[in-house]
Design a protein around this ligand. Structure first.
Ligand SMILES: [Zn+2]
Length: 167
């Protein structure tokens, strides 16, 4: 075990009230790519880098292109929690972990059993009509064509998009 990991382990072993703050690295082992590390694949297939596609300005300016990317790359509904998600959920059950704060939108902490999860950028599982606020599932987004619309004609999105989803 390298020294940084052993120091971290010591902190955790000595702690009774842990709050975990995580981002994309937690989910990469579940097969969800870290979109901020740009690689050739995205540049070949998409006209914009992922960083741009995930910005609020892009969402409102190029909504169909956003959803093409989102359905193709971000709605990994078959992804399963990995050892990190499961360990955090175990610590919560033991009463040692108070909360998970995450930048991820994949819902894997809850799938692993964590209850107190704060999702800073929303969740693929919570979508709402930006006009009438009706809720929609991730499956609705996945099965939508082009731009997902509510019965009322409003645009359906993660709530985070409307306010603070700039990566
Ligand atoms: Zn609506």
């Amino acid at each position: 075990m390298n020294s940084e990991i052993s120091v971290l382990k010591q902190y955790i072993d000595e702690s009774e009230k842990i709050v975990f703050f995580g981002g994309a690295g937690v989910s990469t082992e579940s097969g969800i790519p870290d979109f901020r590390s740009q690689d050739g694949l995205y540049h070949q297939k998409y006209d914009y880098p992922p960083e741009t596609i995930l910005s609020a300005d892009f969402f409102f300016g190029h909504t169909k292109a956003f959803y093409d990317f989102y359905r193709d790359k971000m709605l990994c509904l078959d992804a399963q929690p990995n050892a990190a998600h499961l360990k955090l959920a175990e610590w919560e059950r033991e009463g040692r972990l108070l909360a998970v704060v995450t930048q991820n939108i994949d819902g894997l902490h809850q799938k692993a059993g964590s209850k107190n999860v704060f999702e800073l950028h929303g969740s693929v599982h919570r979508n709402r009509c930006l006009t009438c606020k009706k809720s929609f599932s991730a499956e609705f987004i996945l099965n939508s064509k082009a731009v997902p619309r509510c019965d009322c004609g409003g645009l359906v999105s993660r709530p985070a998009h409307a306010v603070n989803s700039r990566p």
